[in-house]
Design a binder for this molecule. Structure first.
Ligand SMILES: Cc1ncc(COP(=O)(O)O)c(C=O)c1O
Length: 384
């Protein structure tokens, strides 16, 4: 399968596996297969690797090792917090979430609303920033938790989670933030959040590992019952290799962060400048506010995102849209509708997401191809 010359600009969906991780695979899978829950020495080697990985990660992110729960993905981490809190504290029935949460937060809270919880969406402004006064007004004695995504996966908009966390603390409610896209790319201060979630495949591990940070004095019910691994909060034999890969990826990011971020910001800004020059009608979503360094969401004129994605794919370029396509017909993204964009505008939104491996030449190619598509459309329309 020859895919070498393709231009991959969908790094928020998932990204490449670090070479340092790929290179250790044959050995680590052949040598390290013992179940870490057994008592013989092979198993103890695996156990030590897991606990060393937990320590490495906790050192780097500034939490204590027993505040980390390894999971299979961030969807699992998000479900664990949301359902775990609701099961543990059923006497409180109100949950406040931002309207731009990822589906792995939205759908478990929808599940709670079927179980008698009152799930309310917080107000946000036209730039996608949660309205802090609205948050303060809406928290009351019945509120169990607040969930606000740190860096949105479609538009990259960043919320001030320290401020939100401080308010939640003052008012005595739990605060959870989905930090999947911002983890290692932005500062996350664990003093202000009670829970945050992480996904390995967004930072260079294979798919299949994540973690949940949970402040140690908070009790929640587990999602899975079984052998009681991860201090009873995530039963199931631990994935020793992938947990080590997660620790390795965090170490690489920690060491190279300055270099990676500089490149990402350069690429994002370059793309946005060039697309505005070539396609002046473009709208850059959340342009004026603080955003993640690796995501740019653009609403293009005339052409829907599905057509853009398919046409770019034929030219060897992978990008994505925020729209869901479960029914065969694309649905406008709930995130962009919450911004106040119309269905038509939301269906024309294309997400370009960068890795530090991308280059300005690749960006030039994608901008040129988008411009060609739009020019062709205009020429075609002018013949009528
Ligand atoms: C913001 C956000 N939260 C959660 C997830 C789910 O992550 P995972 O694929 O590890 O379940 C994603 C993945 O796209 C995401 O972007």
């Amino acid at each position: 399968m020859e895919r070498k010359n393709r231009i991959y600009l969908d790094n928020a969906a998932t990204t490449f596996v670090f070479e340092e991780i790929l290179n250790q695979m044959p050995e680590i899978f052949t040598e390290l297969y013992a179940n870490p829950n057994s008592i013989y020495s092979d198993a103890q080697v695996a156990r030590q690797i897991i606990e060393k990985s937990r320590e490495n990660i906790s050192d780097i992110i500034g939490v204590s090792p027993d505040e980390i729960i390894f999971t299979s993905c961030a969807t699992e981490s998000n479900n664990t917090v949301i359902r775990g809190l609701a099961e543990r504290y059923p006497e409180k029935k109100k949950v406040l979430i931002s309207p731009i949460e990822h589906k792995s937060v939205l759908n478990p809270t929808r599940f709670l609303s079927k179980r008698g919880f009152n799930v309310e969406l917080l107000k946000m402004d036209r730039n996608g920033i949660v309205d802090i006064d609205d948050l303060k007004r809406r928290i009351d004695k019945d509120t169990l938790f607040v969930s606000v995504i740190h860096g949105n996966n479609e538009t990259g908009v960043l919320q001030d989670i320290n401020q939100i966390g401080r308010i939640c603390k003052e008012k005595g409610v739990f605060f959870f933030s989905d930090t999947v896209q911002s983890f290692m790319r932005e500062e996350i201060d664990p003093n202000f959040t009670d829970f945050f979630s992480v996904s390995g495949h967004k930072i260079g591990t294979p798919k299949g590992v994540g973690l949940l940070y949970k402040r140690k004095d908070i009790k929640i019910e587990p999602l899975l019952f079984g052998g009681g691994q991860e201090r009873g909060l995530r039963s199931g034999t631990e994935n020793t290799q992938f947990i080590k890969f997660l620790s390795d990826a965090v170490k690489i990011w920690d060491k190279e962060r300055g270099k990676f971020l500089k490149k990402l910001v350069e690429l994002r800004d370059y793309f946005e400048r060039r697309i505005k020059e070539e396609v002046p009608e473009v709208i850059i979503v959340s342009e004026g506010v603080k955003r993640l360094p690796h995501i740019s969401c653009v609403i293009l004129p005339y052409i829907d995102a599905q057509t853009v994605i398919i046409s770019l794919d034929r030219k060897g370029i992978a990008v994505s849209s925020g729209s869901a396509c479960s029914s065969g017909t694309p649905e406008p993204s709930h995130v962009l509708l919450s911004y106040g964009y119309t269905d038509k505008e939301a269906l024309r939104a294309v997400r370009i997401s960068f890795s530090f491996r991308n280059s300005k030449e690749e960006i030039e190619t994608v901008v040129r191809e988008i411009k060609n598509l739009i020019d062709n459309y205009k020429t075609f329309m002018s013949t009528f």
